[in-house]
Design a protein around this ligand. Structure first.
Ligand code: MRU
Length: 324
């Protein structure tokens, strides 16, 4: 698998996440092309969006400057609202705008390299935490959506923890929710787990809580799109029920995310903007309409898990226990 997002010969090169499990690579050579790719989830996952935002500014800085560049940066940052990293990446690159396009590119490439290093540190710290919380036996882990290498630049956050544990021979198996409506679990997480050689089973989202209640997993580990100042966590819709079930079952619910996902300016989960996506994503499955003509659908892309259900947020710098 190539890098999820990279800069090659003056273009942004992306693994097309709408095509997975088929591997297709797309090249983006305009910032507006990137805005469209972000909206369509060609590139997705909070850390990958941070890298995309930064590289988008670098791309634009080759042809425009000043107010025009600022306008492009604003369009990029607004392409999706929930993941904190997108605006952070845009801001990081824009901070170098006064020093010219090469400086902007260097700042953007730093965002990518820092993400790779952060993910590796999160993986190691998260693996150590789970060993401490769950004991030495190989773990049965549950994850939701895709918080792997394909949601980052490389390695991954929640799947980075799985990767680190697996390298130490400490993963029994992973339960991965399929993640309706866009199936990031079945189409993307399954690719990564198979590539790692980790035994896994996909389950429908509705089965997640019950599998936890039946004592079939030892810990839940997920990524995050934005963590508010009080520790409330926005992540893919369907995460919250897993946290409720984990609390009820008395097993750890661990969030793995880089510091760039932590947003001290957002007081709590109620202040996090939840992206609403097109009803068609719910009404059409595999290209076929599944609901009667005229049906309405509601498609919030994320939910918020309250801090008191979060055992720990693991970042590249620390283990934070917002629930106390
Ligand atoms: O809509 P998506 O696919 O961008 O949602 C992604 C998630 O919810 C991930 O869990 C989150 O961004 C963390 S990725 C390391």
């Amino acid at each position: 698998m190539p890098r999820t997002i990279d800069w090659v010969d003056g273009r942004i090169v992306l693994v097309d996440q709408t095509a997975l499990p088929e591997l297709r690579v797309v090249e983006i050579d305009t910032a507006d092309g990137l805005v469209d790719a972000i909206r369509r989830l060609v590139v997705r996952g909070a850390p990958a969006l941070g890298a995309a935002g930064a590289l988008g500014v670098a791309l634009a800085a080759r042809s425009v400057a000043g107010a025009e560049l600022a306008a492009v940066a604003a369009r990029l940052a607004a392409a999706r609202p929930t993941a904190a990293n997108l605006a952070v990446g845009v801001r990081r690159a824009m901070a170098a705008a006064g020093d010219g396009p090469e400086a902007v590119l260097a700042a953007a490439l730093d965002v990518l390299e820092e993400d790779v290093a952060a993910c590796r540190a999160i993986g190691a710290r998260g693996a150590a935490l789970l060993a401490e919380l769950c004991g030495p036996a190989p773990l049965r882990l549950h994850t939701h959506c895709n918080a792997g290498a394909l949601a980052c630049v490389e390695w991954g956050t929640a799947l980075g923890v799985v990767r680190s544990l697996h390298e130490a021979g400490r993963v029994a198996h992973v339960v991965a929710d399929e993640t309706r409506p866009l199936l990031q679990g079945s189409r993307i997480t399954a690719v990564e787990l198979a590539e790692m050689g980790v035994p896994f089973r996909l389950v429908v989202d509705g089965a997640g809580a019950s599998i936890i209640a039946r004592g079939l997993v030892d810990a839940v580990v997920v990524g995050a799109d934005r963590v508010a100042a009080n520790g409330d966590v926005a992540n893919k819709i369907g995460t919250y029920p897993l946290a409720l079930a984990a609390a009820r079952a008395g097993i750890p619910f661990v969030v793995a995310a880089p510091e760039s996902t932590l947003d001290p300016d957002t007081a709590d989960g109620a202040a996090i903007e939840i992206e609403e996506r097109a009803a068609e994503e719910v009404l059409v499955v595999g290209g076929a309409k599944v609901a009667p003509e005229g049906s309405a659908a509601w498609n919030p892309a994320f939910d918020v898990t309250p801090a008191d259900l979060v055992t720990a947020v693991v970042t590249e710098e620390r283990v934070w226990r917002p629930g106390g």
